[in-house]
Design a protein around this ligand. Structure first.
Ligand SMILES: *[C@@H]1O[C@H](CO)[C@@H](O)[C@H](O)[C@H]1NC(C)=O
Ligand SMILES: *[C@@H]1O[C@H](CO)[C@@H](O)[C@H](O)[C@H]1NC(C)=O
Ligand SMILES: *[C@@H]1O[C@H](CO)[C@@H](O)[C@H](O)[C@H]1NC(C)=O
Length: 511
């Protein structure tokens, strides 16, 4: 799926200009550009030239400059230099103000190769700059990018809380993108394709909004912002929707409960649609887990009680309750109580005893006793549970789970002579995802594991110097998605994390 066209860029406070001379990054990122790094892999330089970059952030340039002195391996540094600023360079597709309130900042963050804003991707794309975030009222600041994304996500969720990807705001003047895959979709509740790009209901999309809000608040303590626009309305909408999604398939008297959300698509792949007329597999009610029709890979769940998104939701709903305390005490109590219930439900219904690994978390459960034991590379995953601030990496159940998901017991673990890692049904068996290696390094304290992971990442970019979505475990030249900004940002976040936790490892050579 490729959506290419000329982009018009309006920066806050700048005059608009058409970047007719700038190459389309969807092509640019498939080609190599000098100067090449001076290590064995001779990685391409992949940043657009300065006048073609979409958002200029001095703090990011300083971080790159600082890392130049710290990361000794020239190929690893090149990968950082390309990957870390990728969201700023290529995906801040519009930044401006709401027409109904000229004080309300809006940031339209596209996913990369598709001109649409995913709630999950955009929250995580900005998270990669969290370590640089400080309170700042300027509309040219990183804080402004976060505020604009929170405001736009709030607008999206208030109107279509079940949807996962959205069109540019009307204020941008950017035309809606046509999503050919969605042409045959039959979805309840209905939506408008001028506003929504795709409407797969994923609990982690809702949790992503809470995560983004919590990230902003944690670094800025700017509670006042949350009281200014539609944030509290969006939170109330989310609570209404997710409380409704606690419902099971059958009512007490045996009647079939109407599913709050249904989705059907004409497609040859089973993971692109839902069984039982779009309602999904039967779920037992009363567990306290919130249903999710789709996963963060945008593939359908097998059982809708999807554990990683429930972890993420419980974690950030609880943190956002603290923000709400200063705004609406009743709503804050409702959030805090719900967050605790979901956390308890994850621990009561989300664990299994595995013959080889002992007590571990399941990927999905149905509440009747069946579970899916696997992990997918996309975050939220079981591997990433500590990154969701749900638990500590030292937790015993987590450690058992981690050993399982990084072993051949995980049905979506893929290995081969050139690359090994977790994949998923989105690209299918045989393809391992660099994102899973990055998540494993962010959750590891083991120097050997970290060095092996860095070596594997730096040697498998096919010379392009960017993080791809998936790689064939037998051939580095067979990969998917040349322009996947989230994965690039996550790589940058991971290397900055190692700079704090394991600086001695960045002295090594990864040749
Ligand atoms: C706020 O952000 C602007 C734009 O990046 C920057 O010029 C300014 O120095 C920042 N102010 C503070 C106090 O960090
Ligand atoms: C949430 O549900 C309550 C009760 O049905 C309703 O009064 C309220 O307007 C809803 N809030 C939002 C933001 O949808
Ligand atoms: C992780 O451990 C620290 C220190 O023991 C504790 O304060 C914190 O609450 C724990 N975090 C979670 C999510 O359990």
């Amino acid at each position: 799926m490729r959506f290419s066209r000329l982009l018009t860029y309006f920066a806050a406070g700048m005059t608009s200009r058409v970047l007719a001379q700038c190459p389309n990054y969807i092509d640019y990122s498939t080609q190599t550009h000098p100067p090449f790094s001076e290590g064995k892999y001779q990685l391409s330089f992949q940043r657009p030239e300065p006048s073609c970059r979409k958002f200029h952030l001095p703090e990011a340039e300083e971080a790159i400059e600082e890392m130049k002195g710290i990361v000794k391996d020239p190929d690893l540094f090149r990968l950082f230099e390309n990957a870390f600023p990728n969201t700023l360079d290529t995906t801040i597709s519009w930044k401006g103000f709401a027409s109904e309130n000229p004080e309300e900042e809006l940031t339209f963050v596209t996913t990369g190769d598709i001109i649409a804003m995913w709630l999950r991707d955009s929250a995580n794309q900005l998270r990669s700059y969290k370590s640089l975030l400080t309170a700042n009222e300027s509309t040219d600041s990183l804080a402004s990018l976060f505020r604009g994304a929170i405001n736009l996500q709030a607008r999206y969720l208030i109107k279509n809380p079940y949807c996962n990807a959205f069109q540019a705001p009307a204020e941008s003047g950017l035309p809606p993108e046509h999503n050919g895959y969605a042409d045959t979709d039959i979805v309840t509740p209905a939506y408008d394709t001028d506003f929504v790009f795709e409407c797969k209901y994923e609990l982690d999309s809702i949790a992503a909004f809470l995560q983004l809000s919590s990230d902003y608040y944690e670094k800025t303590q700017d509670r006042e912002f949350f009281g200014k626009f539609q944030w509290a309305d969006a939170v109330e909408t989310i609570l209404n929707v997710t409380e409704g999604l606690l419902v099971g398939t059958y009512a007490e008297d045996g009647a079939v409960n109407e599913s709050p959300y249904t989705f059907q698509r004409e497609h040859t792949s089973a993971s692109e649609t839902l069984m039982n007329s779009g309602a999904g597999s039967p779920i037992r009610g009363g567990t306290g887990l919130v249903r999710s029709a789709f996963r963060p890979s945008d593939d359908s769940t097998i059982f809708q009680l999807f554990i990683p998104a429930n972890m993420q939701f419980a974690s950030y709903l609880g943190r956002c309750a603290e923000i709400m305390e200063g705004l609406d005490a009743d709503l804050a109590r409702r959030m805090g109580g719900f967050a605790e219930n979901v956390r308890d439900a994850v621990n009561t219904h989300g664990k299994v005893d595995h013959a080889a690994f002992g007590e571990m978390y399941a990927y999905e459960v149905d509440g009747y006793g069946s579970s899916v034991l696997m992990d997918d590379a996309n975050i939220p995953s079981l591997l990433s549970a500590p990154l969701l601030d749900f638990l500590n990496a030292s937790d015993t159940t987590y450690q058992n789970t981690r050993k399982f998901v990084l072993s051949k017991w995980n049905p979506y673990y893929n290995w081969g002579p050139v690359f090994s890692g977790i994949g998923g049904p989105h690209q299918g068996p045989g393809q391992a995802w660099p994102m899973s290696i990055i998540a494993s390094l962010l959750t590891s304290n083991d120097d050997e594991e970290i060095v092996a992971g860095l070596k594997s990442l730096v040697s498998t970019t096919d010379g392009l110097g960017l993080i791809h979505e998936s790689i064939n475990t037998f051939s580095v030249s067979d990969w998917t998605r040349q322009w996947f900004s989230w994965a690039n940002g996550l790589f940058g976040e991971m290397l900055l994390d190692l700079k704090e936790r394991k600086p001695h490892l960045l002295d090594e050579s990864f040749q």
